[in-house]
Design a protein around this ligand. Structure first.
Ligand code: 4AD
Ligand code: MG
Length: 461
């Protein structure tokens, strides 16, 4: 028995006349006199391999009935293809039909809309576009780990179940084993004592607080995992479950933090352009014709860096009409972010030093007592892709900020301990993995870069 070869490897062959075994799914079948041509895809790469089956093959009448979506195992000879379009094809010696798909298979040859494909998210990875998307997603994950390894960061697995709300935005998914029809209460309040953890528990919105504890022990660390937000915003850039890359660095200030964010983004884009050329070509031909030039520009340009106050000044002076007012102390809306990155600068923009009232408690208070050492990285088409800050390392300042934000110092005793014992300046950020995928592929909806998207009123599959 010869070993199965993946199509990706097979198409890189240098010599022909090799005996090969390929397994995959039939994309199309064409018949001509005495021959059938199968296009078989095994998911290893965008390209199909062409299989030529002649009528001498023992089960030829079965082969003639093969449908799109069927699964086959083909053994035969790898030969140079005479027809145009491909270098190699397989001259089949035997075709085993592993599964014959009925003609109700929804992915027939015509092109389908993304909206339709979302309704069959379990089958969409079998299309060219979604196959490419998820191969890139895999490569990008590896590149993230590679970057941090090259920079001597340690990878920390921070918990998914947590008792704290890192961002303080209250957008938490509650975790409980209570019978929802019979929730124990005392004094009209939920009595968590008999719940699984004996206290309120949630899915994490960020691994940051845990990562900080490890940065203050191992130096440079990162987490890369799923996070959950019960934000009821049905936009193309928000998901209820998404993945975040969160580096955290001891002895690091805001400037160094911004520099790491910039080099990480450039590295990841570079890596994908180097390793996923064929899949990227599909996106730059069919999804966003400017994709390659946008990505190259990001890699080659130095990011613009302006303070929040400067951004507000720029935005209030422009003739551009915005739906939402621009005002110091208010969060920037996506129309403002897009104006800065797409219209004005046409490259990534880092905005730093935000007013403290619109940012979480853990960000370091600046000497003006009004702003914190926060930074957001905005990119064309997406808006905010990274959010981070230098952390407040001074115990008293941190406690004051927490009290202002109605957080219980008792609940966060362990977090505050890190400022009691060996507290040092440290910084970190969160890069939204799906937003990064959107940037790199040109795909405009977050639902299409994650295998099974979770959004308000949607948890099918
Ligand atoms: O700006 P955020 O909320 O920052 C934090 O969570 C910090 N604790 C990170 C840190 O400093 N370690 O989120 C970081 C990034 C955003 O810039 C965005 O890219 C992404 O996470 N993000 C989302 N992506 C998809 N769907 C959502 N609902 C998202 N919310 C945030
Ligand atoms: Mg943010």
């Amino acid at each position: 028995m010869i070993k199965r070869i993946k199509v990706k490897k097979l198409l890189q062959a240098e010599n022909d006349k090799n005996q090969v075994l390929v397994k995959g799914w039939v994309r199309t079948k064409r018949a001509s006199k005495g021959f059938s041509f199968l296009e078989v895809n095994d998911g290893s790469c965008l390209k199909n391999v062409q299989i030529v089956v002649d009528s001498t093959v023992s089960n030829y009448s079965e082969v003639e009935k093969l449908t799109t979506g069927s699964a086959v195992s083909v053994s035969g000879l790898l030969v140079e293809s005479i027809g145009g379009g491909q270098k190699w094809e397989i001259k089949a010696e035997s075709v085993e039909i592993l599964h014959l798909a009925p003609d109700t298979f929804p992915l027939q040859k015509k092109r389908h809309t993304d909206e339709f494909l979302r309704t069959i998210a379990h089958l969409r990875p079998r299309t060219n576009k979604y196959g490419a998307t998820f191969r890139i997603r895999s490569e990008l994950s590896h590149a993230v780990h590679q970057f941090f390894r090259e920079h001597n960061f340690y990878y920390i697995h921070t918990p998914i179940l947590t008792g704290s709300d890192c961002e303080g935005a209250g957008e938490l998914f509650r975790v409980t084993t209570f019978d929802l029809n019979n929730i124990p209460k005392s004094n009209n309040k939920i009595d968590y004592q008999n719940d699984f953890f004996g206290k309120e528990a949630n899915l994490t919105v960020s691994g940051q607080l845990s990562a900080e504890m490890f940065a203050l022990a191992l130096g440079d660390v990162y987490t890369f995992g799923p996070t959950f937000r019960a934000e009821n915003s049905n936009t193309a850039r928000h998901a209820a479950e998404f993945w975040m890359i969160e580096p955290e660095m001891a002895f690091c200030d805001l400037t160094q933090n911004i520099a790491l964010a910039e080099s990480l983004l450039k590295y990841l884009i570079h890596h994908i352009l180097d390793h996923c050329d064929e899949d990227i070509e599909l996106f730059s031909s069919f999804v966003d014709k400017q994709l390659r030039s946008t990505l190259t520009a990001i890699m080659e340009s130095e990011f613009i860096k302006i303070t929040y106050a400067e951004a507000i000044e720029i935005l209030s002076k422009t003739k551009n009409r915005f739906e939402f007012p621009v005002e110091f102390g208010k969060d920037l809306q996506s129309e403002h972010e897009r104006y800065l990155t797409e219209t004005l600068f046409q490259k990534p923009v880092v905005i730093y030093n935000y007013p403290k009232q619109i940012k979480p408690f853990y960000m370091r208070l600046n000497d003006d007592n009004q702003t914190v050492a926060a930074m957001d990285v905005l990119v064309p088409r997406i808006g905010e892709i990274i959010g981070g800050s230098q952390r407040e390392e001074r115990l008293h300042v941190l406690e004051t900020r927490m009290i202002e934000n109605y957080l219980s110092l008792e609940d966060y005793w362990w977090y505050l301990d890190s400022r009691r014992f060996g507290s040092v300046p440290h910084s970190g950020f969160g890069l939204g993995f799906e937003r990064l995928m959107m940037l790199i592929t040109g795909i405009s909806n977050i639902r299409d870069v994650i295998p099974f998207p979770r959004t308000p009123k949607n948890i099918e599959f």
